[in-house]
Write a protein that binds this ligand. Structure first.
Ligand code: ZN
Length: 431
C-alpha cells in the first residue's frame, strides 16, 4: 500500500512537471517577439553572454594583485569602480541576486545559512545551507537568468554558479553540472568554449561560470597576502585565455566578469564567541560570522523576543549592534520567516565565532554591504558594450536587467534592480 502511494505521488509529480513544461513552452511561443524572430531566422546581431563569477574578488584586486588580463579586458570594455553587493555581503545571497535582480528577502536566500520559521520541524525549523536548493528548490523563490533565457525560447548553460543545479520552478538550464569544488578549472574554460562552438540551434545564448579560488585563499590568508596574489594571478590567466579563445569565434560573445563581494582583514583579538552571549534555549541561533540570526521557537511571546533583544543590546557595549527596524529596512532585511526575529551585526575587523576555541579565518566578508572592502568587481567587454568606460559604483541588482537587455529577452516578473548606471555602458543596438 505504502509503495503504491509513493508511486502515485511520483507519477503525479511527473505529470505536474509535464503540465508546467507545456505551459512554459506556450508562454515562450506567445510572449517574446524579439526572441521569436531570432529563432526563425539566423541573425548576425545575436548576442551571447558569458558571465563568470570570481568569488570574493574585491573591486581593487586588479591593481592590488596585478591582474593584467582583467586590466586589459577592462580597458577594452567597461569596468565599475566597484559594484555594491546586497546585504549581507555573502556568497549565496549575492550570487542569487546577480541572476534574479532581487533583494535576498525576495529571492529567498537571505544568507549562506538560515532557518525558516514557516517550515516547522520536530526540533525547530527547516534549515537552509549553501546548496540546499538541489534537494529542495522551493528555497529559491525567483526566476534565475538561465530559466528566463529558456522561457524566452533560447538555451542556457551553467558551470557551477551557486544553486544552478537546483530545479527552480521545475526547470534546469539545458546544460549544467552538479557542483564539485574538485572539478578542474581548465575544464570549465574548455567546456564554455565547446558550448559556444555548438551549432546555432543548440548553442546556449547565456553561460554562467564560477571559480571559488580567490575567496578560499582570501579567507585563509586575508586580502593582502602573497597567496591571494597567486590566486588572483591564476584566475586572471584563465580569464585571459577565455577572452582570447572567445575572440577567435565568429559569433557575438560578451564576456562579463563579476564577483559576489569583497574581502577584509579579521583581527583574531576582536572576535566574539556567540556561546558567551548566553542566548537562552527558547531561541534558535545561526551565526554567519558578520551576523547572528536569532529565531524564537514556536510559542515564544513577542514580549520575550523584545526582552532578549534589549538584553543583547545592553551587553553589546559597542562590540556589535542589534539591528533596529529602521536599520533592517535600510538593509532591505526586514523581519520575515527567514531573516530572524533578532539580528546581531558586527563590524570588521571583528567577527562572530561559535565558541571561544572556534576557528578564526584571517579574511572575512558578509559585513554591511556598503563598506568599501565589501565592494565587488564588474568588468565587461564585447559587441554589446561600449569601449573604455569606467563606471561609478553601482548595485549588483542592475546586472540581471542589463544581461536581459544584452541578450534581447523580455523580463516577465517584477525585479528590484533598475537599469541605471549600467545602461551608460551598453552600446547602441545595431539594427
Ligand atoms: Zn563568496
Amino acid at each position: 500500500m505504502f509503495k503504491f502511494r509513493a508511486m502515485s505521488t511520483s507519477i503525479f509529480t511527473f505529470l505536474t512537471c509535464l503540465v508546467v513544461g507545456g505551459h512554459l513552452q506556450a508562454s515562450a511561443l506567445s510572449l517574446p517577439s524579439s526572441a521569436k524572430s531570432e529563432l526563425s531566422s539566423p541573425d548576425s546581431s545575436q548576442q551571447h553572454v558569458v558571465m563568470i563569477s570570481l568569488d570574493g574578488f574585491r573591486h581593487d584586486y586588479i591593481e592590488l594583485h596585478k591582474a593584467k588580463h582583467l586590466a586589459k579586458i577592462a580597458k577594452e570594455g567597461v569596468r565599475a569602480k566597484s559594484m555594491t553587493p546586497v546585504y549581507p555581503a555573502n556568497t549565496f545571497p549575492n550570487h542569487i541576486s546577480l541572476v534574479t535582480g532581487l533583494h535576498p528577502k525576495n529571492h529567498g536566500i537571505v544568507n549562506n545559512r538560515f532557518f525558516d520559521k514557516s517550515r516547522p520541524t520536530k526540533d525547530g525549523y527547516a534549515h537552509y545551507k549553501m546548496g540546499s536548493g538541489q534537494s529542495d528548490s522551493t528555497w529559491i523563490t525567483a526566476t534565475p537568468l538561465w530559466n528566463l533565457v529558456e522561457l524566452n525560447g533560447l538555451k542556457a548553460a551553467t558551470f557551477f554558479w551557486p544553486e544552478s543545479d537546483a530545479r527552480i520552478g521545475g526547470a534546469l538550464p539545458t546544460y549544467h553540472f552538479h557542483y564539485s569544488k574538485y572539478a578542474d578549472y581548465q575544464q570549465r574554460v574548455d567546456q564554455i568554449i565547446q558550448w559556444l562552438s555548438m551549432p546555432e540551434v543548440s548553442r546556449p545564448r547565456f553561460i554562467a561560470g564560477y571559480f571559488s579560488l580567490t575567496d578560499t585563499v582570501g579567507h585563509d590568508e586575508g586580502p593582502y597576502s602573497e597567496r591571494t596574489t597567486a590566486a588572483v594571478q591564476r584566475v586572471d590567466e584563465l580569464i585571459g585565455q577565455l577572452y582570447e579563445r572567445i575572440q577567435a569565434l565568429d559569433i557575438n560573445v560578451n564576456l562579463v566578469v563579476v564577483s559576489d563581494h569583497g574581502m577584509t582583514n579579521v583581527d583574531a583579538e576582536q572576535v566574539i564567541a556567540v556561546s558567551t552571549l548566553s542566548i537562552p534555549d527558547h531561541f534558535l541561533v545561526e551565526s554567519e560570522g558578520a551576523q547572528v540570526h536569532i529565531y524564537a521557537r514556536e510559542k515564544v511571546s513577542e514580549e520575550d523576543i523584545a526582552g532578549e533583544s534589549s538584553r543583547l543590546s545592553s551587553i553589546a557595549k559597542g562590540r556589535f549592534i542589534v539591528l533596529t527596524d529602521k536599520q533592517r529596512q535600510e538593509r532591505y532585511f526586514e523581519k520575515n520567516s527567514r531573516t530572524g526575529d533578532i539580528v546581531l551585526e558586527i563590524a570588521p575587523p571583528s567577527r562572530f565565532i561559535d565558541t571561544p576555541s572556534g576557528h578564526i579565518s584571517k579574511g572575512g566578508h558578509g559585513y554591511l554591504n556598503t563598506l568599501d572592502d565589501m565592494g565587488a568587481t564588474f568588468v565587461a567587454t564585447g559587441p554589446a558594450f561600449k569601449k573604455g568606460i569606467m563606471l561609478p559604483t553601482f548595485s549588483n541588482l542592475e546586472v540581471y536587467p542589463a544581461m536581459a537587455e544584452v541578450i534581447g529577452i523580455d523580463v516577465f516578473t517584477p525585479v528590484d534592480g533598475e537599469l541605471k548606471v549600467l545602461s551608460e555602458a551598453l552600446a547602441e543596438k545595431q539594427l
